[in-house]
Write a protein that binds this ligand. Structure first.
Ligand SMILES: Nc1ncnc2c1ncn2[C@@H]1O[C@H](COP(=O)(O)OP(=O)(O)OP(=O)(O)O)[C@@H](O)[C@H]1O
Length: 237
């Protein structure tokens, strides 16, 4: 069971190797519920690996990982995941994606899905394979959010969105997390976005956790989040 006080994500000595390459190295994490977590770090730092482990797409080489109090992948209805390449079914229309989401997810929020599709000006009859990269991202985000998951994992969600769509998406995300008391973890290279919406920060570099904690506890010296992140990344280069 996941009690309200228990971290939604708990990692101890978490290590993931791909052959000889170490993607995550002896990581410890405890992410509290109700946060919007910014997962930042340079290319190849291990961010996608951590998100893939969290949703059970891949398994640790060693160490322990608990997600919503269970093994990763054990709570799929409660976890929404949008991978970096925003996977959608090319042959299905936007409306068919929503119908499939409704059939597969007991907590499906049809009104939220329809509102997001209308806001993003997506044609319900358009096939996903014919959408632009940003439109596909909008569709994938809509499907993940309409599940009303307890934990929403987003791998560079805003990268393909235009500035207005990005602003609206970040706004929605804050509302969504506040309304449901859920938790979102988003990996991003856009430090301004992270600064704007995230209240918890994880900095990964070289597969190790360099900083993790609530932003208000980390920024006690008047520094900006961007400065904090950059100083850690420069120190671990
Ligand atoms: N399937 C895989 N097979 C082999 N190596 C992999 C695989 N996936 C990731 N890696 C390696 O693991 C390390 C971490 O990769 P990961 O994709 O987690 O980084 P990232 O922080 O998400 O990077 P980016 O910001 O570029 O998306 C990299 O060195 C990468 O080459």
């Amino acid at each position: 069971m996941n009690s309200p006080d228990r971290p939604v994500l708990e990692a101890e000595h978490l290590t993931k190797r791909y052959g000889k390459r170490t993607a995550l190295d002896d990581c410890a994490l405890a992410v509290p519920r109700g946060r919007i977590v910014g997962l930042v770090g340079p290319n190849g730092a291990g961010k996608s690996t951590l998100l893939n482990l969290t949703c059970g797409l891949t398994t640790p080489t060693s160490g322990a990982l608990r997600v919503l109090g269970a093994r990763p992948g054990g709570n799929l209805a409660r976890v929404g995941f949008v991978a970096q390449d925003t996977p959608v079914y090319a042959g299905l229309t936007v409306a068919e994606h929503l119908r499939m989401g409704a059939r597969l997810n007991p907590s499906w929020d049809g009104a939220l899905a329809r509102r997001r599709i209308a806001d993003a000006a997506l044609d319900p009859n358009a096939r996903a394979g014919r959408l632009s990269g940003g439109q596909r991202a909008q569709l994938a985000l809509t499907v993940a959010a309409a599940k009303r998951p307890d934990l929403l994992l987003l791998d560079e969600p805003a990268a393909a969105l235009d500035p207005l769509a990005r602003k609206a998406f970040l706004h929605d995300l804050v509302d969504f997390v506040a309304e449901l008391g859920s938790t979102a973890i988003l990996s991003s290279h856009l430090l301004a976005d992270v600064e704007r919406v995230c209240d918890h920060l994880i900095v990964l570099s070289g597969g190790r956790v360099r900083v993790a904690g609530d932003v208000r506890d980390l920024l006690t010296d008047g520094r900006r989040l961007e400065e904090l992140v950059l100083s850690h990344l420069e120190a671990t280069r």
